[in-house]
Write a protein of this length. Sequence first.
Length: 369
Amino acid sequence: MTSRDASALDVPWDSPPEAQDLVREAMAWHFDPKTGSPFWQEQSRKLEFDPRKDVRTVEDLTLFPNVVDELRDARIEDLVPRGYGGPDRLSRPPVVGESGGTTGAPKRVFVLPDVREQSWAWYYNRLVEHGIAAGDNWLGIMPAGPHMAGILAQDTAQRFGGIFFTVDFDPRWAKLVIGRGAVDEANAYITHLVNQIEWILRSQDIRVMVITPPLLEAVCRRDHLVDLINEKVNTVIYGGTSMDEDTRHLFRTELFPQINFVSIFGSTMIFCAMPERPDSPADESPVFDPPSPFSMFSVIDPDTGKNVPYGERGQVLTHHLTRNLFLPNNLDRDTGIRHPHRLGLPGDAVSEFKPVREFGAAPVIEGVY
């Protein structure tokens, strides 16, 4: 393994390096035959440029093709950089994370302990900015299994020193049912989930609830659960699907006026989840600032590849550069409104995420996650 002394790849995400330093070190790591993954060694043979010589800036990352669809079939072992050595040299077991499967067969990545810690610590610090207290019990209504959202919720609850409760939640089944128009079956599944939520809320001291917008809406159809949440819960963290401004305003000002609401946006393909900016007004859409330069957004016109003006909607392009994974130039399924990053870091901040109707010739179904 190459030396990791003073590497831009290894600093905490709250102390970001210069973007050019990170790009340079990422190219050196991922495209050195001794340290790079078999996946990128194979990809490099198809490139018409030398990443270690020709890719020096964030802008240069757009030279790469979008390879994200190849993660649907790639052997997971081929994604692990050789510089890590074998599994026996890792401090913690790695995690295989999958995308939600919204646009077809899921994509898979290999989350290694060092980058998992960098990402989770950054997320924890952002939640501290929102006033989440230590020692509170959490209820995570997020999918687990291969989905990183549930794993992140559980690990974060433990980091805050709370007990974590969860429900049995399979979002892919819900999307399948919704996709074939089986309304009664979809409603029965949502009822099944809400029943599980009610059992835990009635019997346990829950202070933090992590939930998707469609399930929160379903919970609120039971008036006694609205009362129970107002009585027990002090923070609702929501994400996984989009929520419009009117619904957000209703939740924050009428149904749960005393509860701290925190919207999150996350993606397995960028190894992170990001809470909204602190102190966002209830009547405005939340804005999300990624942990640049490790994970970056660009909001672009997909026809030209150029950034749209600030305040306008475009399709979201992501770059991810860590020691664990290099995934550049990924055109996401979501569109959003472009904003400057609040810390002045490279790339954009984004608000009003909305999925495109079709992505890669497949219809996009959000479902309950």
